[in-house]
Write a protein that binds this ligand. Structure first.
Ligand code: APR
Ligand code: PHB
Length: 395
């Protein structure tokens, strides 16, 4: 079956759905093709920290109602090391900015609901996606859905299909340079039926490895501990996880994490990755399809949204005036932010994790860095302005 749209979007993650939503508000039509089912994307557990700019955009564009009611508004984080806690006060250091804790799959639910109620086409279980004619006037996306082959011709294609998607590999060999760093550790994450043990997030540096205390609601905690990238979960019964977390969050004064039934456990590897350029012909990559950050700075979703904003400006300029100026600069504009966010995520990761090759010199250096960041205003401010989100580039 042959159909047509202005912008064909592959992937219904935060990047693809937000792109479709913003294009719609600018009168540009799109079709979203998603390999998974609606249920699966709406339940998949991912990160949950939204930068101030991401929150403002969701609210301003009419998809922030639940976020305003259920999101947890935070004005700082704690860095915990040498058995003491140190608060970084974002509001004071950034002129009032903060972050909101609101799970990524809740953002997905809000965006899917908004798109469907506006009559949008999101094709779930779109299988075997293939991209053709990227350097032609009208590229097309071929896919299978409910047993039928389809061809969707478009003016532009947005590759929002994540790190393992089909879009980036459809770019001819030799066009993209990949920059990559794989870390020799991962995170074991749990979701627990336990009230958060602190009002704000706690990033803990400990000789046994990094640990993070986060949350999803006043009843649900989200906790992570540094582990090996291919850690065997069967070796981690619930009691061992809690005992390890208790040790890594220890304070000199009496303090204990609130424990409770563990609802979900998973291990994630960590990498930094950037594909340059983020565009080829009529294909524009956005979000995880173009770059991956380690989760320590909580930037993955926010960076995906930042790309989409740039893409929407470029596409709007094109449909309003026929000009391609911004679209031509898409990659260059996005990459300036991408690399700054890569730098921040790498810095947080290397300051807070230890591994086999961390020698006594590294350990003293990491502790000095944490001491500097928590005792110098300049040091704290660097962390704070990056964590709440750097301002969007003027475009
Ligand atoms: N065809 C169609 N859809 C695909 C394909 C494919 N070949 N491959 C992947 N997808 C879908 C996935 O099922 C997923 O729903 O693309 C979507 C990509 O979404 P994300 O991985 O969430 O990526 P993105 O929208 O860029 O958001 C980045 O999400 O993964 C987190 O940590 C990441 O927070 C970051 C954010
Ligand atoms: C989360 O709540 O899942 C979370 C919070 C902060 C991070 C990473 C993940 O840096």
């Amino acid at each position: 079956m042959k159909t047509r749209t202005q912008v064909g979007i592959v992937g219904a993650g935060p990047a693809g759905l937000m792109l479709s939503h913003l294009l719609h508000l600018h009168g540009i039509e799109s079709v979203v093709l998603e390999a998974s089912s609606r249920k699966r994307i709406e339940e998949r557990i991912r990160a949950g920290v939204l930068e101030q700019g991401t929150v403002d955009l969701l609210v301003e564009t009419g998809v922030g109602e639940r976020l305003k009611r259920q999101g947890l508004f935070h004005g700082g984080i704690e860095l915990r090391f040498s058995s003491a806690g140190h608060r970084i006060d974002f509001r004071e250091l950034t002129g009032g900015k903060g972050v909101v804790i609101y799970a990524q799959h809740e953002v997905i639910k809000d965006l899917v609901a908004a798109r469907l109620s506006a009559g949008a086409q999101i094709i779930f279980e779109a299988l075997d996606v293939r991209i053709q004619g990227l350097d032609e006037l009208t590229p097309s996306i071929h896919f299978e859905n409910e047993g039928t082959r389809h061809e969707l011709s478009c003016d532009f294609i947005a590759g929002c299909d994540g790190f393992h998607g089909a879009c980036r590999p459809s770019i001819p060999e030799g066009v993209i340079t990949a920059y990559e760093q794989i870390y020799p550790f991962g995170w074991l994450g749990i979701l627990a039926q336990a009230a958060p043990s602190s009002e704000e997030l706690i990033y803990a540096y400990h000789e046994r490895g990094f640990a993070l205390h986060s949350m999803r609601s006043p009843e649900i905690s989200r906790l992570y501990l540094q582990c090996s990238p291919n850690e065997d979960l069967s070796e981690w019964p619930d009691e061992r996880i809690w005992a390890e977390l208790q040790r890594r969050f220890e304070l000199s004064k009496h303090w204990r994490l609130t424990e409770g039934p563990i609802l979900q456990k998973s291990v994630t590897g960590m990498r930094s990755f950037v594909a340059e350029p983020m565009q080829f012909g009529k294909l524009f990559l956005a979000g995880d399809s173009a770059h991956i950050v380690p989760p320590t700075g909580a930037k993955g979703l926010n960076l995906a949204i930042a790309d989409v904003r740039v893409l929407v400006s470029g596409l709007t300029e094109f449909y309003e005036s026929g000009k391609m100026e911004l679209l031509k600069r898409y990659s260059e504009i996005c990459l300036r932010r991408v690399w700054k966010v890569q730098r921040f995520s790498w810095w947080m990761t290397s300051m807070l994790h230890r591994h086999a090759s961390t020698n006594p010199f590294d350990e003293r250096r990491q502790l000095a860095e944490l001491d500097y960041v928590t005792s110098s205003r300049a040091g704290s401010q660097t962390l704070a302005e990056n964590y709440v989100g750097l301002p969007m580039e003027v475009i």
